[in-house]
Each structure stands twice: as C-alpha cells, then as structure tokens.
Ligand binder design. Structure first.
Ligand code: F1P
Length: 321
C-alpha cells in the first residue's frame, strides 16, 4: 500500500493542531477605557472581525477595520483624539496597508500590538508589543495554520480560555467535515457561508478560503440577513454552510429549512441541515473550532475541480502596494 502524499496546503491544515497546542500563551488584555481597533487585510481582516466581537463580548469595546481603511481614513471609524489601542494582524507582517496603518497609528501616539507569524517583519518594527507564533513550515500562499494561530492569540487577548480540549474539538470538527465535504459539494457551484456574532468573521473567512483555493463563487452574510435578498439565488446549485451560533437563536433552523425548500443543500455546524456536524468545546472557542473545518472544505473543493492549492491562481503570499 502506498502512503498518500499530502499537498503542502493540506499539511498546513491537518498538521496544525500540535502547533496550536504548543503556541506561546497570551495574557488577556486589561479591561480599560481604551477602544480596541483590530486591523488586518484579507484573512487577517476576517480574523480581526471575530476577535473584535470576542473582545467586545468580554467587556473590551472593539471594532475591526481593514488595514487600508485604518491607514487612510481612521476618522470614518473613530472620533479623532479617542484613546485607541490598535491590534494589527498580519501573517507576513509585510502587507502594505497593515504596516502603514500601524506606522500611522504610532505617529498619532496610539499603542500598537502586532499579532504575526513573522518575527522581525516590517509590522513588528512599527509595534509597541509583538505577539508571535510560528506557523507550519510548509504553509504557502493560502493562510491555514497561521490563521488559526492568530485567531487563537486574539481570542486569548479577549480572555477566552483556549485549551487543548478546544484544539481537539477543532481537529474533530475538521474530520467530520472531511467525511461529508465531497458529497455535499457534488453538483453545487455556489457556496454560501453564514455566521453571526463572533462567527460572522469566520463565515467570511470560509468564503474567502473556498474562493482562493477552488476558484468558486462564494458569499458570506450575517446569518439572518441572508433572508433579506441574497436567498433569491439559493437553488439546487447552492451549498450553504450555517455556523449556528452557540446562543441558539431560534430562527436559524427556520432559515435552513427555507434554503432546503428552494433546493439548496445545508451543512449545519451545531444545528440542523442535510448534514449536521457537531462542534465540541465551549461556546467562546467556537470560532477556532470551526476554522480548520472550513479550510479542509476549501481543499476538498479544489481537489474535486482538479486545482492545486499550492499554486492558487493570481494570488501571492504577500500583497505589497
Ligand atoms: C493577508 C493576505 C491573505 C491572502 C493573500 C495575501 O496577508 O491578504 O489574507 O490570502 O495570501 O495576503 P497577511 O497580512 O496576513 O500576511
């Protein structure tokens, strides 16, 4: 019997769990009167959205802003002169907008914390504090283990207890997804990700992952907002992944039924669907538990289309302007 050779991207997904367990611990941020602005580009921005929601839920007022927006027009987000603590996320530490946003923030006298997987990067030179976790050695263009590592750091800043059981739950959910992914994707050309609260950014990241890895048309919405127009496109070509919110908002299963009535297929993570996956772990760690499952879905979709996720079309590891 020959052993299966995994692509580098797939290794970054399935081999990330020991890295998460051995990552340096991060102390929770003080609950003070500063506003936290969490900044990033692409995947790092979607993680920022989830981290900002977790910070706010834990009593630390926060919002997420893209690197480009915080660099060019912070006044559209925060009143000038506000006491702001900037948390800048970047795997590479070299995305131009994020680096410039950190540099401009410090020039305005704001405190900057960097979350990164690259020691000594440009971002770290424009930060007052650096939180660093090394990512998988074979990670390529597509952010996989690095995304989970930065999300883990951000959740810990919010005081969320990410322990080994949470990481085991993430691995278990990834395996559950791997069992159903190919069948659920079969015949579907339009994939939608829905999530609310801390899961909204994770839904966005799921959509980006599938787009980057498999060149598929994807969308993402705050769960209940999907009914307000976008659901018109849901039919037998559609697969919807619902990241059910752990607070169990009663209306989410109704949405799943409507999608099914229109011919769509639903993977329900933590709730009903054509396929139901069961996430373990506490409610607060759900964003991290869900992330590797969405990464493996992207990998399996790419495989079904014969695409190589180690060489994604038109993408580069670092976007420099
Ligand atoms: C962010 C990012 C990725 C994207 C692409 C280019 O990078 O936009 O999200 O997938 O690979 O870079 P970083 O600032 O986290 O290094």
């Amino acid at each position: 019997m020959t052993a299966t050779i995994l692509s580098a991207t797939e290794r970054g997904i399935v081999e990330q769990f020991p890295l998460l367990k051995s990552a340096p611990l991060v102390e929770a941020l003080a609950e003070n009167d500063a506003l936290f602005v969490v900044v990033g580009c692409g995947t790092s921005f979607y993680l920022a959205q989830s981290i900002a929601a977790a910070l706010t839920a834990s009593g630390r007022q926060a919002l997420a802003v893209t690197g480009g927006e915080w660099w060019h027009r912070p006044g559209a987000y925060v009143v000038a002169g506000s006491r702001v603590h900037v948390i800048a996320l970047s795997r590479s530490g070299e995305s131009t907008e994020t680096v410039k946003a950190a540099e401009a923030s410090r020039a305005r006298g704001l405190f900057v914390t960097a979350l990164t997987c690259a020691e000594g990067s440009s971002l770290t030179r424009h930060a007052d504090r650096v939180l660093y976790a090394p990512t998988h050695a074979s990670e390529g263009v597509v952010m996989t283990a690095s995304a989970s590592l930065m999300l883990q750091m951000g959740l810990r800043l919010a005081g969320v207890a990410v322990d080994d059981r949470a990481i085991d739950a993430a691995e278990d959910l990834m395996r559950q997804m791997d069992v159903v992914a190919a069948e659920a994707l079969s015949g579907r050309s339009h994939v939608v990700f829905l999530g609310a609260g801390v899961l909204q950014g994770i839904a966005q990241e799921g959509a980006l992952k599938l787009k980057e890895m498999s060149l598929s048309f994807t969308e993402a919405y705050p769960t209940l907002d999907y009914r307000h127009g976008p659901i018109a496109l849901a039919d037998e070509k559609t697969l919807v992944i619902i990241l059910y919110h752990p607070d169990g908002a009663g209306e989410e299963p109704l949405l799943a039924r409507q999608i099914q009535r229109q011919g769509g297929c639903v993977i329900g993570i933590g709730g009903p669907g054509d396929y139901t996956l069961t996430p373990g772990g506490a409610a607060a760690v759900r964003p991290l538990v869900c992330l590797p499952a969405l990464q493996i879905l992207g990998e399996r979709c790419a495989l079904a289309k014969g695409l190589d996720t180690d060489a994604p079309r038109f993408l580069t590891k670092v976007v420099s302007l």
